[in-house]
Design a binder for this molecule. Sequence first.
Ligand SMILES: Nc1ncnc2c1ncn2[C@@H]1O[C@H](COP(=O)(O)OP(=O)(O)OP(=O)(O)O)[C@@H](O)[C@H]1O
Ligand SMILES: [Mg+2]
Length: 262
Amino acid sequence: MKIAITGKGGVGKTTLAALLAQFYADAGRTVLAVDADPAPCLAAALGFPQDVRVRLRPIAEMADLIEERTGAKPGTIGGFFSLNPRVDDLPERFSAVHRGVRLLEMGAIEEGGAGCICPESALLKTLFAHLLFRQDDIIIFDMYAGVEHLGRATVDFVDGMLIVVEPTQRSLDTANRIRKLAADIGLTRLWLVSNKVQSAAESAFIAAAAPELPVLGALPYCSEVPEADRAGVSVYDAAPALRLVAEQITQRLTVVLKDTAK
Ligand SMILES: Nc1ncnc2c1ncn2[C@@H]1O[C@H](COP(=O)(O)OP(=O)(O)OP(=O)(O)O)[C@@H](O)[C@H]1O
Ligand SMILES: [Mg+2]
């Protein structure tokens, strides 16, 4: 199962990715979590200890690797380089595992839009496509804020996408934009998860302005989340209320994925 998590910046994509990844890992599933943010945070949300985190670096920042695989230095525009570099060994080689979650830091993927044609984007796009083809048990993509990453490959190979919203107009505007873009490219397996809701009024605010999509779960605001961040511990351990909702989301995902023909 391949799930992408998207939504406006700061809504809680990484928090949700960490909760789902740890839930599946604890349930005995084989989990690959992919951090596609240029400033990776998923390792922290998963409570990866410092000695494991030092082994992680976003692929996008590995200049030597990019040159070795594509034949050109990052930033090269024009000139010759491979658009289809070898990537199959990268997920295992550059990831780290903690409590059953394998984490790969990619850096931003510009899979959908015009994007730049440069060695680093060639490597990342090829790696992203490779991940989408893999037959992993569970892959969770913590996507970069925004909608640029929505492209054909996402539509064809991701089982579904979760859009995270919080009770702000801007996050709902972004969710509506994502929904429209998704519809334009034929991605219909799209669900909402609300986050940081503190009152019935906030919940009603979301319901009134959110895209008309099935809601898979509502994560309440929990002071344990920023506390976990400060203490450097996993959000899954720190916030039992969120863990419960994450479990609910996984149950509903199983149902909706059965219902929606791929
Ligand atoms: N349910 C929650 N309760 C309280 N705080 C939360 C909750 N979810 C997320 N936060 C806080 O909101 C901030 C953003 O969360 P998170 O990093 O998960 O969002 P994001 O969408 O991944 O952000 P970015 O777009 O920067 O990657 C963090 O400071 C986090 O502690
Ligand atoms: Mg994030």
